[in-house]
Write a protein that binds this ligand. Structure first.
Ligand code: ATR
Length: 291
């Protein structure tokens, strides 16, 4: 057996901005584990050769970020073992052992689920019992992870995206399952209408992100018990979350999704299930610059 370094990495192009090293290095230090986590830039034309070539002999595993999550799925398909990757259509975490790739998976849906449950314990069960649907805005990569979580939780969804055909394509991923009937696609112009009935509002669009226009969805009709979350975490409290909070709705910001999606990777590479704590949040916020 080769003497492999206990080092994981995040690959992307560009990748220098990634906050993942801050998260994993915090955990390595906290749990006193010998190892490292670095950024590793890969040029798009080198992705396949890197993943199938040197990668497993230099890293114990990797995270995959933009713009490679989808293309990595095709390159690593033979190592995919779970339904999540196939439904989401993207790989973000890879595990290697003894110089070989052993699993290529996706933890985004888990990060979304655990972030909500950390802030609102028992929420999905409550929602399921209430029979109220979830409103998901957007149908891009982030929405695919959110939908997979809601599919596992068996909670009905009203899905709305500026480009309706993308929302229809996302529904089509579940069409052969019973859950397909629980996904209703509505036109973007009508996104405000269901707010009275939904128990959970999720923004997965990039609207509201620093430098982008705001989401612009009046919450006047939103049910007072509805929980609101935003996958945007720069700024931490988006206009959507501010407005929801101002009305007395419970809010969950998007930073926790980033932190929780990192948990299965760390556990698989370094052998310890790490905790997402307030201290970790503060350190990541500090590293990112407070916005
Ligand atoms: P990600 O993979 O991070 O989710 P993405 O795939 O580019 O990013 O998706 C961005 C989402 O934000 C999409 O749902 C996109 O809608 P379209 O499918 O119509 O492009 C949505 N989005 C981006 N800019 C938008 C805008 N100005 N108005 C409405 N929706 C927008």
């Amino acid at each position: 057996m080769k003497d492999l370094p206990n080092t994981a990495a995040v690959i992307g192009y560009p990748v220098q901005h990634s906050l993942s090293p801050v998260v994993h290095r915090y955990w390595l230090k906290r749990y006193n584990i010998q190892g490292d986590y670095i950024t590793h830039e890969v040029k798009p034309e080198q992705l396949e050769a890197f993943l199938l070539g040197e990668m497993p002999s230099i890293f114990c595993g990797i995270n995959i970020t933009l713009p490679f999550k989808e293309s990595a799925f095709y390159v690593l398909e033979e190592y995919v073992r779970d339904e999540a990757v196939r439904r989401i259509g993207a790989v973000n975490t890879v595990f290697c052992k003894d110089g070989e790739i052993c699993d290529a998976t996706n933890t985004d849906w888990y990060g979304f689920e655990q972030n909500i449950l950390q802030h609102v314990p028992g929420f999905f069960e409550q929602l399921r019992k209430s029979g109220r649907p979830v409103m998901v805005l957007g149908a891009g990569g982030a929405a695919r992870g959110v939908l997979y979580c809601l599919y596992r939780q068996d909670i009905p969804v009203i899905l709305s995206n500026r480009t309706q055909s993308t929302a229809e394509a996302l529904k089509a991923v579940y069409i052969e399952t019973k859950y397909g009937e629980k996904i209703q696609v509505i036109p973007w112009e009508q996104r405000e209408l269901p707010l009275m009935e939904v128990g959970f509002l999720v923004n997965t669009t990039s609207l509201g992100m620093l430098g982008k226009p705001s989401l612009n969805i009046p919450l006047t009709n939103l049910h007072p018990d509805a929980v609101v979350t935003d996958i945007v975490y720069v700024p931490l409290k988006t206009e959507l979350l501010k407005e929801a909070e101002g009305r007395g709705n419970r809010i969950v910001d998007g930073l926790g999704m980033l932190l929780h999606q990192a948990v299965p990777g760390f556990e698989g590479w370094f052998g310890k299930k790490p905790e997402v704590t307030q201290e970790l949040r503060n350190i990541v916020l500090e590293a990112r610059g407070h916005v």
